[in-house]
Write a protein that binds this ligand. Structure first.
Ligand SMILES: [Zn+2]
Length: 229
């Protein structure tokens, strides 16, 4: 039966698209398991061996971890979650795949565990212009340091939602430059991943240019509609 299979979801989005917020909401409200490549690597680097030490060095230098290293960590997690049997409701995966090679491996791994049929890739889609505008217009509270994203209803706030302090813009050129670099990286590396999933019929594109709740409702509607097909 279709519904008895666990739902496997990957989230993709440019940095600044609001992917992290949506992912947290999704985990919380769906009550499903989570695999984050960032968390897996942070744990792995605590081990004092060659790979543990090398992960620290590569991350500190802003490099990317070799695909087989990341893949090895996912496989252990997949195996652990598979052993939950029928109690496994689903898995949300964050931080991978980030290169086309990782996408090929992910597909094979999901096929191995018989999870590929109920697999969806959620793309939180925003334009580069929108990402840059969010960075340029983001505000910070002078009193408590709360960061107020320039998105949806929050655009209208004039005072801090936490302490009512004054909000000031805080755009730094260095930050804008690093965001531009990340946007280029996304286009080059993640672009082919998106095309691949589109061809496979796995891609669900969500308009990220809306308030947080509206983005989230679109995600839920897209997943529900698919389950009823
Ligand atoms: Zn404040």
């Amino acid at each position: 039966m279709h519904s008895s299979k666990p739902l496997i979801v990957v989230f993709l989005g440019k940095s600044g698209a609001g992917k992290g917020t949506q992912l947290d909401l999704f985990k919380e409200r769906m009550g499903i398991d989570f695999i984050g490549s960032g968390d897996l690597l942070r744990n792995r680097k605590k081990v004092d061996d060659f790979t543990g030490n090398k992960i620290s060095t590569v991350i500190d230098n802003g490099g990317l971890i070799a695909t087989p290293v990341v893949f090895n960590l996912w496989m252990s997690e997949f195996e652990r979650l598979k052993s939950k049997g029928d109690t496994l409701k689903g898995i949300v995966i964050d931080g991978s795949p980030r290169k086309i090679r990782e996408a090929y491996l992910m597909t094979e791994a999901l096929e191995w565990y018989d999870w590929n049929d109920n697999f969806k890739v959620i793309l939180i889609d925003v334009s580069d212009e929108e990402v840059l505008s969010r960075i340029a217009n983001r505000r910070i509270c002078e009193e408590c340091g709360e960061i107020v994203p320039y998105v949806g209803e929050l655009k209208r706030l004039t005072n801090c939602p936490k302490c009512n302090g004054n909000l000031v813009k805080r755009a730094e050129d260095a930050e804008t430059e690093s965001v531009k670099k990340r946007l280029e990286w996304f286009q080059e590396e993640v672009g082919p991943v998106i095309d691949f999933y589109k061809e496979q019929g796995k891609l669900v594109t969500i308009n990220g240019n809306q308030a947080v709740e509206d983005v989230f409702n679109d995600i839920l509607a897209a997943i529900k509609q698919d389950a009823n097909d």
